[in-house]
Design a protein around this ligand. Structure first.
Ligand SMILES: [Zn+2]
Length: 132
């Protein structure tokens, strides 16, 4: 898997802060940010900062992960409801797979998500870590 530096730069807002989009028509908020609304297809959205804390609603554990991510296996992918009600799909870290529970309080943290050993590129992104 190849991730270009240009793409990382373009997406840095959503990767380095917890930034979502708000639709100017239906006012729904979504993550990751997109230029058009996934609910009503309206093409005017604005970027907004999302709260960094939330609760785990649901999760799944990936034991088979793509090349380049093996050191992170198993990966817990959580559906997290932020304090403003926005739902985010993101990895949950710093907790054993059998210790995750519904309602667990988590907080967005910046973590390494990919490292290209050949080019020395390290990409950071948002993951969620338990707060208690
Ligand atoms: Zn909309």
């Amino acid at each position: 898997m190849k991730i270009s530096p240009a793409r990382v730069w373009r997406e840095k807002g959503s990767r380095y802060r917890l930034e979502g989009s708000k639709c100017k028509k239906c006012n729904r908020v979504f993550y990751p940010p997109k230029p058009s609304c996934p609910y009503c297809s309206h093409s005017e959205t604005e970027k907004i900062d999302l709260p960094k804390r939330g609760r785990v609603i649901s999760w799944t554990v990936e034991y088979v992960v793509p090349e380049g991510y093996r050191e992170y296996a198993p990966i817990i992918i959580g559906l997290i409801e932020l304090e403003d009600g926005t739902k985010v799909l993101a990895p949950i870290v710093d907790v054993d797979v059998d210790k995750v529970y519904e309602g667990m309080h988590v907080e967005a943290v910046l973590r390494k998500i990919f490292e290209d050993g050949n080019e020395g590129i390290i990409i950071y992104g948002i993951k969620f870590s338990p707060t208690i």
